[in-house]
Write a protein that binds this ligand. Structure first.
Ligand SMILES: Nc1nc2c(c(=O)[nH]1)N[C@H]1C(S)=C(S)[C@@H](COP(=O)(O)O)O[C@H]1N2
Ligand SMILES: [Mo]
Length: 304
């Protein structure tokens, strides 16, 4: 059931990582038991379409897992230790709002109903750091399908857990819980992903275990961690960062190097683990897949 399959937008690993790393990762995936690995021949046709190629190396695991944004655990980047106190089993996810039948689904039940795959995506934080990491997970569209929204649903809203292990929740200034959302059309796009793993291992808590949204064409703050609730609404949700600072963080948050944050330029990004700064690309380089979602929306602040 749980098969890792490669998709056209996947970056050919041979381009971005030394072969021994790729092999180790496969060994790990294989060790996970439930996961079947495609034979090498099945991977030969991974596309080299430049729109899907990062032209960058996979970020070293130690950087992606020790330099994190997770305000529930505090404002520091160094929350990975504290995050280990989050209990990720048992876990359930609630579907509500405009769905055919509101219900709560156990995580393991949910995972039985989806097909896992691996995708190597770029990630661009609004603070200008960036990483390139291999996620394991399943398409966001599959989660939406399981939730079975009504035709009247216009937005998908994600809510993060509020657990006693999360000391950051005591900071009264923030409008907890962490809420993010996308339109139904955005959620249907092939790039939208729900991550359950990273570097071929279960998703680390600091990166959003056990379920985390991944929207690689948007600033990282859209990618809500530790999801406990998915709601369908007719009204655009008040999202966490937009509520805190509407002049600095918008609902759409599509990556655009030409639209500066009010306090800093977005034209370049720093790759985690190095001092190197490289140019930022519009839609984080995924425009071919997603630009069409926004055609004609000229009155919207699409890029902040
Ligand atoms: N619940 C929750 N999700 C969150 C955040 C957060 O503070 N809380 N930070 C966001 C931001 S700003 C970024 S850049 C990414 C960081 O993900 P990473 O720590 O896995 O790199 O998580 C996003 N998801
Ligand atoms: Mo971020």
């Amino acid at each position: 059931m749980n098969i890792v399959r490669r998709r056209p937008w996947d970056i050919s690993e041979r381009k971005v990582t030394p072969e021994h790393l790729a092999v180790n990762r496969r060994a790990l995936l294989a060790g996970a038991g439930a996961v079947t690995i495609l034979p090498p021949a099945a991977r030969a046709d991974v596309t080299t379409n430049p729109a899907y190629t990062p032209g960058r190396a996979i970020t070293e695991e130690k950087y992606a897992t020790t330099y994190n944004n997770y305000y529930e655990f505090g404002e520091s980047k160094n929350i990975w230790g504290d995050a280990q106190n989050l209990k990720t089993r048992p876990w359930s996810i609630q579907f509500d709002g405009l769905v055919s039948k509101p219900r709560t689904l156990g995580l393991d039940d949910l995972l039985k109903q989806v097909q896992l795959e691996e995708r190597i995506y770029r990630h661009r934080c609004v603070e200008t750091w960036a990483m390139t990491v291999p996620w394991t997970g399943f398409p966001l569209s599959a989660l939406v399908k399981l939730a079975d929204p009504l035709a009247s649903a216009k937005y998908v809203v994600f809510e993060t857990a509020q657990d006693k292990s999360m000391d950051g929740l005591n900071a009264p200034f923030y409008p907890w819980p962490y809420i993010e959302g996308v339109t139904i059309q955005e959620a249907a796009n092939d790039l939208g992903f729900i991550a359950t793993g990273l570097y071929g291992k279960p998703l680390p808590r600091q990166n959003g275990a056990p379920l985390r949204l991944t929207l690689p064409w948007k600033y990282g703050f859209k990618s809500a961690k530790a999801i406990v609730k998915v709601s369908f609404t007719e009204k655009r949700p008040a999202t966490f960062w937009e509520s805190i600072g509407p002049s600095e963080y918008g609902f759409w948050a599509n990556v655009n190097p030409a639209v500066p944050h009010p306090r800093w330029s977005q034209s370049t990004e720093r790759l985690l683990g190095s001092d190197e700064r490289i140019p930022t690309q519009i839609f984080n380089g995924y425009g071919e897949q997603v630009a069409g979602l926004y055609s004609g929306q000229t009155n919207e602040k699409l890029f902040m």
